[in-house]
Ligand binder design. Structure first.
Ligand SMILES: [Zn+2]
Ligand SMILES: [Zn+2]
Length: 254
């Protein structure tokens, strides 16, 4: 199993989930060229991508999907509402729809798209049920709902948003309306909220944790790491932890 962040942050998000011989992308928020060269640099031929799963229509999650789908032709999954919210003149090849909260399967792997509270048309996170354990991606999440907590519980690998430090956001350069949006119930998860979730979840299977979608203006990787460490009681034990970066890949290999 490999969990790779090709890009993670407010300007673009793209994660590779590799398990059971399948290569899935969650989100395509960087250019198709960056995705294909990034994969090649990691020894993964872009042509081996089996499917792409889009969480929601914000640019930092979809900007590369049009060119990538045209170039490679793999299935691209999203909800119908997300697709209509994209309002793109450019076509997405091999588009496939699903209904949030209903499991579906792709090439024998079951996937649960679960709702996340965020200011988009129909945002979701994804849970992949693989023979090697459950893999969950939950970003762009304004608060922890029961549904999000239950999707994450028992995961073997988790990509979790840790967007901002509350004090840095309050005192930072953003205009007041943006501060309210980010901190709100349909905005982004703070470090403290991510830490609370980590503290309360069943971590008995958790082998890999990638904390991502960090705000460049309102967060620092060392604060994210410190908060997560305290949630684990001061020792990550058997969980490998990485902090996502906007420009450099981060990999967790199990
Ligand atoms: Zn978003
Ligand atoms: Zn985002």
């Amino acid at each position: 199993m490999r969990i790779i962040s090709l890009a993670s942050g407010s300007s673009g998000n793209c994660y590779l989930i590799s398990a059971e011989g399948k290569n899935f992308l969650v989100d395509c928020g960087i250019s198709a060229r960056k995705i294909t060269t990034g994969l090649a640099d990691l020894g993964i031929a872009p042509e081996t991508l089996d499917a792409v799963f889009i969480t929601h229509e914000h640019t930092d999650h979809i900007s590369g999907v049009f060119v990538l789908s045209k170039r490679l032709g793999m299935p691209v999954y999203m909800t119908p509402k997300t697709y209509y919210a994209v309002k793109a003149s450019r076509k997405i090849e091999n588009l496939r729809f699903f209904t949030p909260e209903e499991r579906f399967s792709h090439d024998k792997i079951e996937i649960l798209p679960f709702r996340v509270p965020h200011d988009a048309a129909d945002p979701v996170g994804y849970k992949f049920f693989t023979d090697e354990g459950d893999i969950v991606v939950a970003t762009d999440c304004g608060k922890i709902t029961d549904g999000v907590a239950s999707a994450i519980d028992g995961a073997r690998a988790l990509v979790l948003e840790s967007n901002h430090d509350k004090k840095m956001l309050e005192c930072g350069p953003y205009p007041p309306h943006l501060k309210v949006r980010i901190a709100g119930e349909f905005g982004h998860l703070s470090n403290a909220e991510a830490a609370t979730l980590l503290c309360n979840m069943n971590r008995s299977n958790l082998s890999a944790l990638l904390l991502g979608h960090l705000s460049r203006s309102n967060n620092l990787p060392n604060i994210v790491m410190d908060e997560a460490l305290s949630a684990f009681g001061g020792d990550f034990h058997t969980t490998a932890v990485q902090i996502g970066d906007q420009f450099a890949p981060r990999e967790l290999r199990l």
